[in-house]
Design a protein around this ligand. Structure first.
Ligand SMILES: [Zn+2]
Length: 215
C-alpha cells in the first residue's frame, strides 16, 4: 500500500503535467488564432479597393422598444470598451481605423461590439425594403460592405463582405418562394456552403463576384 506521502506526490505530479498540457494547448490555440487573424487581414486588404469603390452600406434606424434600449444601455455601461450607441462610437482600435469614417446610421459605422449589442437587444427597426430588412435581421457579424445588383429576372440580391470572414456571403432570392436566403461562397475553394440557393441564381451571382474580384 502506498503511503499518504507517496499518494500526495503522485497527485501533485499529475496536476503539474495537466497544467503543462493546458499551457501547451493554450499556446497552440493562440498560434492558430494569430495565423487566422493575419490571413483574414490579408484577405481584407486584397478586397478593400473593390469594397471601397463598389460596395456600400445600408441605412438603419433604431426601433422604439424602451426595455431593450435600457438593456442595451446597461450592456454598454458594463462593457470593456467605451461604447455609445447614441453617437455610434466605440473605443476599440477597429472602430477608429475601419468604422469611424462612416456616417451615423450607416451599418458600416458599427464595429463588432456595437453590432453585437444591437443584435442581442434587437434594436434595428423593421426596414421597408425587403432585402435590406433581411440583411439587418440575418447577419451575425458586422459587414465591411454590401454590393447590390439585380438578377436577369430583375430580383435584387446582395453580396456581403465581413471583416471577420474570408467567405463572401450572398443574400439571394428564394427560387420558388418570396423572401431571401443567406448563403456563402468560399472564394478560395471555389464552392458554395452546404446551404445554397438555386443553380440558375448562383451562376448569375458567381459571374458578378468574378467580375468584381478577378480583374
Ligand atoms: Zn468596438
Amino acid at each position: 500500500m502506498k503511503s499518504q506521502e507517496a499518494a500526495r506526490t503522485e497527485k501533485e505530479k499529475k496536476k503539474k503535467l495537466q497544467i503543462a498540457q493546458e499551457a501547451k494547448e493554450q499556446k497552440e490555440y493562440e498560434r492558430i488564432e494569430r495565423e487566422r487573424s493575419i490571413e483574414l487581414n490579408n484577405i481584407q486588404k486584397s478586397r478593400q479597393p473593390v469594397i471601397d469603390n463598389k460596395f456600400g452600406g445600408i441605412n438603419f434606424e433604431y426601433n422604439s422598444n424602451k426595455n431593450n434600449h435600457l438593456r442595451a444601455k446597461n450592456d454598454c455601461e458594463n462593457h470593456y470598451y467605451n461604447i455609445s450607441l447614441e453617437n455610434q462610437t466605440c473605443s476599440c482600435d477597429n472602430f477608429k481605423s475601419l468604422n469611424a469614417k462612416f456616417e451615423k446610421f450607416d451599418i458600416r459605422r458599427l464595429c463588432k461590439h456595437q453590432w453585437q449589442i444591437i443584435k442581442d437587444r434587437k434594436l434595428f427597426k423593421k426596414n421597408k425594403n425587403e432585402l435590406e430588412d433581411f440583411i439587418l435581421e440575418n447577419l451575425f457579424w458586422n459587414p465591411s460592405g454590401i454590393f447590390r445588383s439585380r438578377l436577369e429576372d430583375d430580383k435584387e440580391f446582395a453580396i456581403i463582405s465581413f471583416y471577420q470572414r474570408k467567405e463572401l456571403y450572398v443574400a439571394t432570392p428564394k427560387t420558388n418562394k418570396d423572401g431571401y436566403l443567406l448563403v456563402s461562397w468560399d472564394y478560395e475553394k471555389g464552392e458554395w456552403s452546404a446551404k445554397k440557393g438555386g443553380k440558375k441564381v448562383n451562376d448569375q451571382v458567381l459571374q458578378v463576384i468574378a467580375e468584381l474580384f478577378d480583374k
